[in-house]
Design a protein around this ligand. Structure first.
Ligand code: GLC
Length: 384
């Protein structure tokens, strides 16, 4: 059987219909709900397989649970599911968001079915306008919880949370505490941001935001919407503001909060300006040279943390392991900048990884898979 046939079986097994909504679980063995950026990736995968109906349904089911204020929650619970956390809401959703990949996913569909995107566009605008109204400070967006980054236990949060080499439990307790404090504000992002408990300008989140603002401009244009100019202005201003991520001291773009740049920037996020597409050819070349050094060019690239960094852990969740969605982002970006060979190598190595199973994440040195082996977004290898 081919790799793709194996994967299609997994994907099928992860599909659910609930209350008239169709979506795909990240993994039926481990993640029993719908997640926001996962579904965007699933939609991209379906579209790349030519399964456009599923690509549309996956996004439609996200928008069906959009909040009144425009927010799209990062988790939507299955009907009979138990709530793991107290989200401070009686809706069947969480109360925070995730990297805003939905416009990019919609753009893929738009090439095939303009009408669908046209019907959804008002809701899309409502989401991106909520992000801007609730979260932007001088055009860069804040995240209010580590879970919003999609990079749950990432090393960059350590210094923000005043922790040093935290274990899993310490991190989990801290995340629960932050959520409770956010809920106490009645999910009022601005009020919460003022408290500076976790008000982070995440480089990865903002890079993905820029990528998606570009899609919003394209979509508005293709659909003949007069909001095209609004998104174009926002995009231009955000690209200018993005320069604030550049840390002159270390010479790399870095996540920051009100206390300054995070301590740990020796990780994959430094490559995300490629994803934002804001670099000159020369700057991009510099990053690719860095990517190909011993630190990041492991047997199976790209590790989430540099191999020689003291916080690197080859098997730990977002603290050194390889993730296929991150490789997908970088692969796409490298191709855009014309680094086809490097992109092809990442693709080749990613394919080698999933041949052992469609795991959630992998050891960058041995290639050993971790987490569930029926992880839906690992199918992004087919779209590299
Ligand atoms: C983990 C990941 C997050 C993802 C979720 C569902 O929490 O860190 O990015 O959305 O699992 O797959």
């Amino acid at each position: 059987m081919s790799l793709k046939t194996d994967y299609l079986k997994i994907l099928k097994n992860n599909q659910r219909n609930s209350g008239g909504r169709f979506f795909t679980l990240p993994s039926s063995s481990y993640y029993p709900h719908q997640w926001f950026w996962d579904s965007c990736f699933h939609s991209i995968i379906y579209a790349s397989f030519g399964q456009f109906q599923k690509a549309e349904d996956e996004l439609k089911s996200l928008l069906a649970k959009q909040w009144e204020n425009g927010m799209i929650p990062h988790m939507i619970y299955l009907n009979d599911a138990r709530f793991d956390e107290d989200w401070g809401t009686n809706q069947m959703t969480s109360s925070i968001t995730q990297p805003p990949m939905i416009a990019y996913a919609m753009e893929k569909i738009c090439k095939r079915n303009k009408k669908f995107v046209k019907d959804m566009f008002e809701q899309l605008e409502k989401y991106y306008d909520w992000l801007y109204d609730a979260r932007s400070e001088d055009y860069l967006l804040s995240i209010v919880h580590p879970w919003e980054s999609g990079l749950d236990d990432f090393v960059s949060w350590d210094s923000v949370l005043c922790l040093e080499n935290p274990d899993k439990k310490t991190l989990a307790d801290k995340k629960r505490y932050l959520l409770a404090e956010y809920v106490k504000t009645g999910h009022d992002s601005r009020r919460f941001m003022k408290r500076n408990l976790f008000n982070v300008k995440c480089l990865v989140f903002n890079s993905i935001y820029i990528l998606n603002l570009r899609s919003m401009v394209t979509l508005a244009k293709v659909l003949g919407k007069n909001s095209e100019q609004k998104y174009q202005n926002r995009l231009d201003k955000t690209i200018i503001a993005y320069k604030r991520f550049f840390d002159k001291k270390t010479g790399v773009y870095t996540t920051f909060d009100s206390n300054g740049f995070v301590k740990n920037n020796n990780n994959f996020s430094v490559f995300f300006p490629l994803v934002a597409g804001v670099l000159t050819e020369e700057e991009a070349k510099g990053l690719v040279t860095k990517m190909k050094t011993h630190d990041f060019w492991t047997k199976y690239p790209i590790p989430t943390v540099a191999k020689t960094d003291k916080s690197f852990e080859a098997d730990r969740y977002w603290r050194g392991t390889v993730w296929i969605n991150i490789n997908w982002f970088l692969c796409k970006a490298l191709r855009k900048y014309g680094f086809f060979e490097v992109a092809d190598e990442i693709k080749k190595k990613s394919l080698e990884l999933v041949k052992t199973g469609f795991y959630e994440y992998f050891n960058p040195i041995t290639g050993e898979g971790h987490g569930p082996d029926d992880f839906s977004w690992s199918g992004l290898v087919f779209d590299m």
